[in-house]
Design a binder for this molecule. Structure first.
Ligand code: F6R
Length: 318
């Protein structure tokens, strides 16, 4: 078990992590005019790209969770390469390919091979599980995008968002959600703008609570998944992210969908709160992170280690 409450301590420090990330990211300087941008990274590092996709952008932004880089990359591309350990093979391959294609690269890492290869990498503090360093990685990448003028300036949004990361209230909301999810398989639903957030919530349940979890978004789920609860649905719980800023058509769909599936499955809601979109995303992630932590305790699992991810990485080296 998480004897020294390692993960809990990290979670309680999330607000300071985001504040520190914002200070650190002042070092990022990205000059140039770009035709497209790509965020490369896997798992807990790659999530930053999915979150950035939700921002209004001036040029196309691609998220790449694979080896190499997408075909669109050339000397007019900004490629943000994120690997917390600095040793993830897919991400290192992305770095090499982006370099070959003469793209402008911003690397974000705590060390490892990526820091060796890119002497200009932004170095974030080490010794965290990568997924628990999301504040460092995502805020740095977001600031890099803003500095490159691909998204609008985020300084005010970040300062406001950080204020909403109140550990006590988010922990309480996370605990309540964990109680509802206990002994069930959660599926997280939100609008397209919340895609990165529901994906993060699913991954945190997988890695921290060591159990299955899924996600999908509206309106797509209304065209397939809505019909899939009649059999086995009682083993699951659909968690809806309710955001009063969502498109009115999406809100209507969510309400009707919830009512239609209620007989066949369990449902729960999370109210998305925050002064701006970033604040909403970060606060909801924070509640989800706490929920995954409490669910790990209910599952009698240590939230911190990810033995199968580690074993797989070891075997790939042989
Ligand atoms: C572990 C975790 C993983 C890693 C992934 C990539 O906490 O979250 O999803 O993030 O295996 O490794 P890094 O982030 O070191 O590039």
């Amino acid at each position: 078990m998480d004897k020294d409450n390692h993960m809990l301590k990290i979670l309680e420090g999330f607000r300071s992590q985001c504040e520190e990330a914002y200070k650190l990211s002042r070092k990022i300087k990205v000059k140039g005019s770009f035709k497209n941008a790509v965020v490369c990274g896997m798992g807990g590092s790659g999530i930053a790209g999915h979150l950035i996709k939700a921002f209004e952008k001036k040029i196309p932004i691609y998220v790449h969770n694979d080896y190499g880089v997408p075909d669109v990359v050339n000397n007019k591309s900004l490629v943000i390469v994120i690997s917390y350990s600095g040793n993830t093979e897919e991400t290192l391959s992305a770095y090499s390919e982006a370099k070959k294609k003469k793209a402008k690269i911003v690397s974000i890492t705590s060390g490892g091979n990526l820091a060796e290869k890119d002497k200009d990498a932004l170095i974030v503090p080490p010794d965290l599980p990568p997924r628990a360093a999301m504040g460092y990685l995502f805020i740095s990448a977001l600031v890099a995008m803003a500095r490159a003028k691909i998204i609008s300036d985020q300084d005010t949004a970040i300062r406001e968002a950080v204020k909403g990361l109140v550990s006590k209230t988010c922990s309480r909301e996370g605990f309540m959600l964990a109680k509802k999810m206990n002994n069930k398989i959660p599926v997280f639903y939100g609008s397209e703008e919340m895609r990165g957030v529901v994906y993060r919530m699913k991954c945190q349940i997988n890695e921290n609570a060591k159990q299955p979890a899924f996600y999908n978004v509206f309106p797509e789920m209304d065209h397939n998944e809505i019909n899939g609860f009649k059999k086995q649905g009682k083993k699951m719980i659909s968690v809806f992210l309710m955001n009063n800023k969502d498109n009115i058509a999406v809100k209507k769909r969510m309400d009707i969908t919830k009512r239609l599936i209620k007989e066949q499955t369990n449902t729960a809601e999370i109210q998305v709160k925050g002064k701006n979109h970033l604040a909403k995303m970060l606060r909801t992630i924070y509640v989800g992170d706490f929920a995954s932590y409490y669910l790990s305790l209910m599952n009698k699992e240590d939230p911190t280690p990810v033995p199968l991810i580690s074993k797989l990485k070891e075997r790939l080296k042989r």
